[in-house]
Design a protein around this ligand. Sequence first.
Ligand SMILES: *[C@@H]1O[C@H](CO)[C@@H](O)[C@H](O)[C@H]1NC(C)=O
Ligand SMILES: *[C@@H]1O[C@H](CO)[C@@H](O)[C@H](O)[C@H]1NC(C)=O
Ligand SMILES: *[C@@H]1O[C@H](CO)[C@@H](O)[C@H](O)[C@H]1NC(C)=O
Ligand SMILES: *[C@@H]1O[C@H](CO)[C@@H](O)[C@H](O)[C@H]1NC(C)=O
Ligand SMILES: CC(=O)N[C@H]1CO[C@H](CO)[C@@H](O)[C@@H]1O
Length: 582
Amino acid sequence: MVRCLGGLSFYCLLVISLIHILSSIHFRWEEERSTDGSKWKFLEHKGPVLAPPYEPLPGHVRFFYDGKLLRLSAPAEEVATFFAKMLDHEYTTKEMFRKNFYKDWRKEMTSEEKSKITDINKCNFTEMSEYFKAQSEARKQMSKDEKLKIKEENERILQEYGFCVMDNHKERIGNFRIEPPGLFRGRGDHPKMGMLKRRIRPEDIIINCSKDSKHPKPPQGTRWKEVRHDNKVTWLVSWTENIQGSIKYIMLNPSSRIKGEKDWQKYETARRLKKCVDRLRAQYREDWKSKEMRVRQRAVALYFIDKLALRAGNEKEEGETADTVGCCSLRVEHIKLYPKMDDQEYVVEFDFLGKDSIRYYNKMPVEKRVFKNLQLFLENKQPEDDLFDRLNTSILNKHLQELMDGLTAKVFRTYNASITLQQQLKELTSPDESIPAKILSYNRANRAVAILCNHQRAAPKTFEKSMQNLQTKIDEKQKQLWATRKQLKGAKTEHKASHDDRSKKKAVQRIEEQLMKLQMQATDREENKQIALGTSKLNYLDPRISVAWVKKWDVPMEKIYNKTQREKFAWAIDMAEEDYEF
Ligand SMILES: *[C@@H]1O[C@H](CO)[C@@H](O)[C@H](O)[C@H]1NC(C)=O
Ligand SMILES: *[C@@H]1O[C@H](CO)[C@@H](O)[C@H](O)[C@H]1NC(C)=O
Ligand SMILES: *[C@@H]1O[C@H](CO)[C@@H](O)[C@H](O)[C@H]1NC(C)=O
Ligand SMILES: *[C@@H]1O[C@H](CO)[C@@H](O)[C@H](O)[C@H]1NC(C)=O
Ligand SMILES: CC(=O)N[C@H]1CO[C@H](CO)[C@@H](O)[C@@H]1O
């Protein structure tokens, strides 16, 4: 403001009055977070890196329509190249994709082009496609020097745009590049597949920064849509994408101190584990054969953490005195080995008190090498001796850090819980089922995860009573349905006015729906008797998986997340698209 008053340009006045107008508008994000107060006092950044402008194709790359050469105008050519780049992909054979693409492509054509090009099946994109393939081949063949140059240029851009100053800290910005235009893909048979994902121009972009900072400059001859100064949010830049109409943000890198984003970081770490988990597994399997006892113990402990989602040590709450253990503090008395049990070989039985004194009991067949190692670890030990005598929590945690930056036992849990939820949701959701049925499927997926994480509970005391109440409601609804059906039949035989007939029919339908909803609720409650869903939901499941699922199937968000949870996951609700993949 002070800075502005010094210059007192028209632009500054405009910005100030804009702020006054905007400050009266409340956005969802802020409403939910308002109690947190302001996120920063000073914020300065350089704005986004826009997608590079379109470079027209060289003259020798031709496009044919109905066998005849056709020179396209730059806007039409650009959109055609998006299609050409995907020509080898199955997408471009899909009817829906072709139809959506063609419709949006026509919007970019000149009227002459529109009159000439009337059938997408007569378009020949082959040369364009070949050209892009050759280009990508050439990129692979680049010399070291050329590669280095590109790397240096990227580094320069990172240094210039990749950081902001928030209060007294220089913070890394997450995704400061704006996605280039292209064709929307979507998952499965998305009805919008093939549509043109438009180029984001400065005029689409809203900038958030301090009044008294150096505002980012739009490219020469353009202007930003708006410049705002809102310290209740941590976004630096936002725009609305045209396919789903959702708002996109540029925000700080997970490494920043901002709260909420810690959560994000946690799940990003779990996603990094996803990428290297195969390597880690290969490594610990190799280590089972090590000559060193401490390495073997470490490797078996890691296997438990990976496969059983055990905690690393006994992270006791302050004042907790119960004899609880984690992986590293397991004692001989906590496991039993069975070379053969029922139909299975090499079974390990675990029985101990874990965090919060929740009993962990599990029988699991393990690999032969693990079993042999365990036998070795148990040799000449008393029941109260440590199973892993050459290991403690700090050694294990240090080892995990070396394997992957930020890796802890908890990351394995987060990874496994999240990936399991995603798989289960894919498996259990059928596209045609009703919303209540979808919610039941969601809760089932969530339950699979809770069981995996050992989030059990005793059945609530009120369980039987509340089940009975629900059953009474179901019985009443059932009677009501029969009665209404009967009336409808009666109306038909008496040739009553068709209007009455219709409203009876509607009533039957409505009651049927209500009945189904109650029945779903009963199933859900019964299945949930001894499982606590809250813990995994709040701590181990990447909320973007759930948000994406909700958006994909048009399920109301409040059926999945209650108010507290929606506040906690506001970042995910704003960020995740329906095609988000963990
Ligand atoms: C498309 O054009 C290429 C030459 O650019 C030609 O070899 C090919 O036969 C054409 N395809 C069709 C279906 O006309
Ligand atoms: C997750 O944990 C379960 C049970 O411990 C295990 O069977 C499964 O292989 C794990 N999944 C992944 C992807 O790690
Ligand atoms: C874990 O073991 C290492 C090496 O034996 C030892 O230096 C360290 O103090 C131990 N840490 C704890 C917390 O017991
Ligand atoms: C939302 O659910 C959590 C359990 O995950 C619970 O602790 C909390 O009280 C609930 N909040 C509201 C507002 O219902
Ligand atoms: C990038 C951006 O616009 N971020 C925030 C700036 O402030 C407004 C409210 O004034 C928020 O809606 C934006 O999310």
